[in-house]
Design a protein around this ligand. Structure first.
Ligand SMILES: O=c1[nH]cnc2c1ncn2[C@@H]1O[C@H](CO)[C@@H](O)[C@H]1O
Ligand SMILES: [Zn+2]
Length: 387
């Protein structure tokens, strides 16, 4: 009898990538609006400073303006999305559309972040902002379900690192935990705004046994990652891509990890990697050169994320398409990233496990079986005689 090992699942098609159950941990609500929605909300709310009023042109404008090589300039584009997200109705709509769009892209679990302090200009309170966004997510989940897609969305509340409201936002996140908010984050320009400035917020959340991630190691390197982990106690790293600066790859292919990189890998610290966003802000030169290839090979707890779907003209499926093309990833790799992300989410352990065992693994098994049956169909005859 010939010994046959199971064939390795081949390169997934675009359709399989889209249908594969995906988990998203790093996506900004104000970085994912549909261009058409921005145009309509601007008209409704009297915002007249949009650079384009044709949705297609506006979409291109965001991508090109964000394509600057600098995080600071990239962040300037958010003034337009934040400007149209100042009313309850606008927040409900944007959050609902976010959940629907992610679900249609095959995302089964997402943690979506935004900074409540940036949505107060129309007179809403912080609580009203959180409640509007939560309502939108629930509505989006319902619409998705009626369209045959299942998604669960949790909110992360972000504090802006240049401002001084982190403790207040951390308290808000704590008040709304179990009510749709699953954790906390800080974002904004990284250089010159070290996470230790917000130590009071992180210490508070630790005392409350709550969860947080910190944007670190995106525009600034190892000191930022080190502070986020060893001073602030972050559960995850937003980006964290510069951990690569602490990894030496020698000419013979051997690899040496510095103390910080070892710590990140040993402790299974999740890296919320966002390839397209990193290309735009200058943290990597191409998909093929993106550190995610090496980090995955070295078994860091790497995850794949969109960051800002509007500014990067991307989706979870597109991020995976780029990675499949650059690194030859298979459905097994996609499953590995998705399980990693689910394990790293901020919902309770038993719920994470249920998502992995009841949704993610069966979803990939189904896709892999499609591939297997296609193989059998195309080689039928010879296979039947093999035993
Ligand atoms: O990649 C990023 N790095 C740092 N900050 C970011 C990034 N993307 C978005 N924001 C910032 O987070 C705020 C809340 O969602 C956005 O308004 C933007 O200023
Ligand atoms: Zn981000």
């Amino acid at each position: 009898m010939t010994s046959q090992t199971a064939p390795k699942a081949n390169t997934p098609s675009s359709d399989q990538i889209r249908r594969a159950p995906k988990v998203l941990l790093h996506d900004h609500l104000d970085g994912g609006l549909r261009p058409g929605t921005i145009v309509e909300l601007a008209r409704e709310t009297g915002y007249s400073r949009l650079p384009e009023t044709d949705p297609d042109k506006l979409g291109v404008w965001f991508r090109e303006a964000a394509d600057s090589g600098s995080l600071e300039r990239y962040l300037e584009t958010f003034s337009h999305t934040v400007a149209v997200m100042q009313t309850r109705d606008a927040l409900v709509r944007v959050a609902a559309e976010c959940a629907v769009d992610l679900a249609e892209d095959g995302v089964v679990y997402a943690e979506v972040r935004y900074a409540p302090e940036q949505h107060l200009e129309g007179g809403l309170s912080l609580e009203e902002v959180v409640e509007a966004v939560n309502e939108g997510f629930r509505e989006g989940e319902r619409i998705a379900r009626s369209n045959g897609h299942r998604i669960r969305v949790g909110a992360l509340l972000t504090a802006m690192r240049h401002a001084a409201r982190a403790l207040e936002i951390a308290e808000l996140a704590n008040r709304y935990r179990d009510l749709g908010v699953v954790g906390f984050d800080i974002a904004g320009a990284e250089a010159g705004h070290p996470p230790t400035r917000h130590l009071d917020a992180f210490e508070y959340l630790k005392r409350e046994n709550n969860h947080f991630t910190i944007h670190a190691g995106e525009a600034f390197g190892l000191p930022s990652i080190w502070q986020a982990l060893q001073w602030c106690g972050a559960d995850r790293l937003g980006h964290g891509v510069r951990i690569i600066d602490d990894i030496q790859v020698h000419a013979d292919g051997s690899v040496k990890l510095g103390r910080l990189a070892s710590y990140v890998r040993d402790k299974r610290i999740p890296l919320e990697l966002c390839p397209s966003s990193n290309l735009q802000t200058g943290a990597a030169d191409s998909y093929a050169a993106h550190p995610i290839g090496l980090l995955r090979r070295l078994h860091f707890r790497a995850t794949v994320n969109t960051d800002n779907r509007l500014m990067s003209n991307t989706s979870m499926s597109r991020e995976f398409e780029h990675l499949v093309e650059a690194f030859g990833y298979t459905l097994d790799d996609m499953q590995w990233f998705s399980v990693n992300a689910m394990k790293s989410s901020f919902i309770p352990f038993d719920e994470r496990l249920a998502m992995i065992n009841d949704v993610i693994k069966p979803g990939y098994a189904e896709l892999k079986s499609e591939w297997l049956f296609q193989q059998t169909a195309s080689t039928s005859g010879s296979a039947a005689d093999a035993g």
